[in-house]
Design a protein. Structure first.
Length: 386
């Protein structure tokens, strides 16, 4: 049943989406997708597969209906897909412990929605454990109100919009998690907001304080606090609008952005993010490099906090997902070579085998290991002759 493709191309191997999530399979065998009365209301792909599945069920008779029913029940009982669960837990840990933003790229829409839903559930549980008291909320609102009233650099018309945004519970929970300790009173909180660096990250070049950042945003881009245009902030987003992307590019707002390759071109995400997860690989190495280019920019967050850009490639071992990652990684090596990149080689370690190992061994035999080392070394500048 899982091997069915439908259509003129006939049967193929199991769909790779079954190895990275359950959502596509749930959609494929749901009662709605197999309902003959929903003609034209499903996606084109499900419409193509529906007829083939229905034909197989009708051939199998009652056994087919029992099989589909059992699969649906099993999917509901099994819980989250192992890869979804592992990635979500690791991403949330990085967000909470290291105060970092993360971009997650998926290749399929169904997978994106599944990862997004799992993240929302995880973040919701985390938010419940960090609830604040009524007294804390009064202190919070009083501190911000006092700071804004005393600020002569911000237009008075914008101050009320800023206050309506910063007193909301998601913003309050997010910023409170950056403070080194819980403020005792309004004066203590004002001092913390004016002196704690963004996300409480100690960088080589000191980052602006929390309040200084809000002040700069109000001066340079005051529309960001317009509650009629912006939804401030949720823990995760699927980037369905330019406003959500713009908010992700601020130090505040969503900490996790889940997207498909629709965002792999023409969008900069480097301003406050240095971490990317390739949850699913696109078969094209060009698309992978385009994804990575979203956070690989000069004057980005990695440069601001003096930390490297990181790309994660989670693998569900012993499945088709593992094979796909290996294939795409080998394509990336060849693609980078075509663009003039230097291959990663280790001529002194026989255990290190790369797609270029065979070529390297031939070169070593022909012109010698020492000469190869000289070729790979960075040439030293020659001094000027007298």
């Amino acid at each position: 049943m899982f091997n069915m493709r439908g259509g003129p191309e006939g049967i193929r191997g199991s769909d790779p989406r079954f190895h990275v999530g359950w959502q596509y399979l749930k959609d494929l065998i749901s009662e709605d997708s197999l309902n003959l009365d929903l003609q034209g209301k499903l996606s084109n792909e499900l419409e193509e597969k529906k007829t083939s599945i229905i034909n197989h069920i009708s051939i199998m008779g009652d056994l087919g209906n029992i099989l589909i029913s059992n699969i649906r029940k099993k999917l509901n009982d099994v819980g989250q897909h192992p890869k979804v669960k592992t990635v979500v837990e690791d991403v949330v840990r990085r967000v909470v412990e290291e105060q970092e933003k993360v971009v997650i790229f998926c290749h399929h829409i169904a997978t994106m929605h599944e990862v997004f839903g799992a993240l929302k559930d995880k973040i919701k549980v985390s938010a419940i454990t960090r609830k604040t008291s009524k007294k804390d909320r009064i202190i919070w609102e009083g501190a911000w109100n006092s700071l804004l009233k005393a600020d002569k650099n911000i237009d008075s018309k914008i101050k009320s919009a800023i206050l309506s945004c910063v007193v909301r519970s998601p913003f309050r929970r997010q910023v409170m998690s950056w403070l080194p300790e819980k403020p005792k009173d309004e004066i203590d909180l004002k001092h913390a907001l004016k002196n704690t660096p963004l996300r409480n990250i100690i960088a080589r070049k000191k980052l602006p304080s929390i309040y200084k950042t809000v002040q700069d945003m109000a001066i340079k881009n005051p529309t960001i606090f317009d509650k009629n245009k912006w939804a401030w902030p949720s823990a995760v987003t699927t980037a369905t609008s330019d406003e959500q992307i713009a908010l992700f590019n601020t130090p505040f707002g969503p900490d996790i952005l889940v997207a498909t390759d629709r965002l792999s071109e023409g969008i900069d995400l480097h301003k406050c993010c240095r971490l990317m997860v390739h949850y699913e690989f696109d078969p094209s190495p060009v698309r992978i490099r385009q994804r990575e280019g979203r956070i690989r920019r000069i004057k980005g967050w990695a440069q601001a906090i003096n930390k490297p850009i990181e790309y994660a490639k989670p693998i569900y071992a012993n499945t088709r997902d593992e094979q796909l990652v290996k294939i795409v990684e080998s394509r990336l090596v060849r693609f980078d070579l075509l663009l003039g990149g230097a291959p990663k080689v280790d001529i002194d370690n026989d255990a290190c085998k790369t797609p270029n190992s065979g070529l390297l061994e031939k070169l070593c035999k022909r012109i010698g290991t020492n000469n190869i080392n000289d070729c790979l070394a960075i040439p030293k500048p020659k001094g000027k002759s007298a």
